[in-house]
Design a protein around this ligand. Structure first.
Ligand code: LMR
Length: 372
């Protein structure tokens, strides 16, 4: 072969490799570009968080398992759509997947505020029991009329308080402070009113700048968000309060979902189940790890609520349960309280505690510190 012919051959092979790239799946299987399914998955948190890592893992596994027929493109950190935009983008088909916190679904159905009630769950086991059972099914059903198909509940553990003014130990310490809360949930706003503070709903992407500019005094979040968004650098006080649950719902556009071939839907569902279990483990370990990193930064004075302090906080939140039971629906609130009572009585042989005193008819269980 002449030098010139060899060059032509090299160029031709390179061209084929470059242009052929998109048309082959990871297993080398040929994928017709016209058949390729692109799923844009938009979310608002950093990549190194439970949700960020799970979205990437899901994308990689689906691409592998469909032989490249499905490409999941992940857009983290509100780069494509932020809070207040991503739901519309999903419903209109501009993106095919999002994973907002359950609180943010309250704009579609008020029932989702159930999960915002402070100290509703005592630990993760109760959370999973509720979300993976009848309660989760009832919440999923509220999305049907909205062109939204829910795929899974992902986890981010329990929230804690940060602020720039003072240690928050007793409810009275909140007096006069202003807090950022997640958008769409009246329960979260009222939660701070119960403590004598004010609350304002802001998109996640604006939280750091708002805190840094001291436009609000504090916020509530999980350790992974406090760490990855560097809130701890501008919020010198952290109370480990475990006062509320923060979880996600992975959502897809219902019309898009129906348009997918059944074998692809099956792969997505199976992969989602597997990634969900993995995500829940990640949430626990990453939140622990990030807490230690915040602690060792030396930038934050940390207070962990003692059991009596926790009871004081719970008492301050009592009016919320009465106020929101009719909004959320008696049935759902009662279902969680019954479930908690059952798990408490099984594990301890009797039912006692704060909620029982507030709702004797529910006969719910007592108080136990949740994990991070
Ligand atoms: C927040 O807005 O604080 C969180 O919802 C962000 C997230 O998705 O974890």
């Amino acid at each position: 072969m002449t030098g010139r012919a060899r060059w032509i051959l090299v160029l031709a092979v390179s061209f084929l490799l470059i242009t052929g790239c998109d048309q082959r799946g990871p297993d080398g299987e040929q994928v017709d570009p016209k058949e390729k399914i692109v799923i844009k998955f938009s979310h608002v948190v950093a990549e190194d968080t439970p949700k960020g890592q799970a979205a990437r893992r899901f994308a990689r596994l689906v691409q592998q398992r469909t032989g490249g027929r499905v490409e999941v493109q992940v857009f983290p950190n509100s780069t494509l759509y932020k809070d207040g935009e991503e739901m519309d983008a999903l419903q209109q088909g501009a993106v095919q997947m999002i994973a907002p916190t359950t609180s943010k679904l309250s704009c579609l159905a008020p029932q989702w505020q159930l999960l915002d009630l402070p100290y509703l769950f005592e630990n993760k086991e109760q959370v999973y029991q509720a979300l993976d059972g009848e309660i989760g099914k009832k919440l999923f059903a509220t999305l049907e009329p909205h062109n939204i198909h829910p795929l899974a509940f992902w986890d981010n553990g329990f929230k804690h308080m940060t602020n720039s003014k003072r240690p928050l130990v007793h409810p009275r310490d909140f007096a006069g402070l202003t807090f950022r809360v997640m958008i769409n949930s009246r329960v979260l706003e009222e939660q701070f009113r119960c403590l004598g503070a004010r609350a304002t709903g802001l998109p996640f992407s604006d939280v750091y700048s708002t805190l840094a500019a001291r436009q609000v005094d504090g916020q509530e979040n999980t350790m992974s968000n406090i760490y990855s968004q560097r809130f701890y650098e501008v919020q010198p006080y952290l109370t480990v309060s475990n006062h509320g649950y923060m979880g996600y719902v992975v959502l897809t556009n219902a019309a898009f979902w129906r348009s997918l071939p059944p074998d692809i839907r099956k792969i997505i569902e199976e992969t989602m189940t597997e990634v969900t279990l993995w995500e829940r483990e990640q949430a626990a370990s990453l939140n622990e790890k990030n807490f230690k990193q915040i602690e060792s930064s030396g930038k934050v004075k940390i207070h962990t609520l003692t059991p009596p302090e926790r009871i004081e906080w719970q008492a301050a939140f009592t009016p919320l349960y009465r106020q929101f039971k009719p909004v959320i629906g008696n049935e759902l609130v009662e279902a969680v309280l019954r479930m908690k009572n059952y798990s408490s009585s099984v594990s301890r042989g009797h039912a006692t505690g704060w909620l029982f005193k507030q709702f004797p008819e529910s006969n719910t269980g007592g108080v136990r510190a949740g994990k991070l």
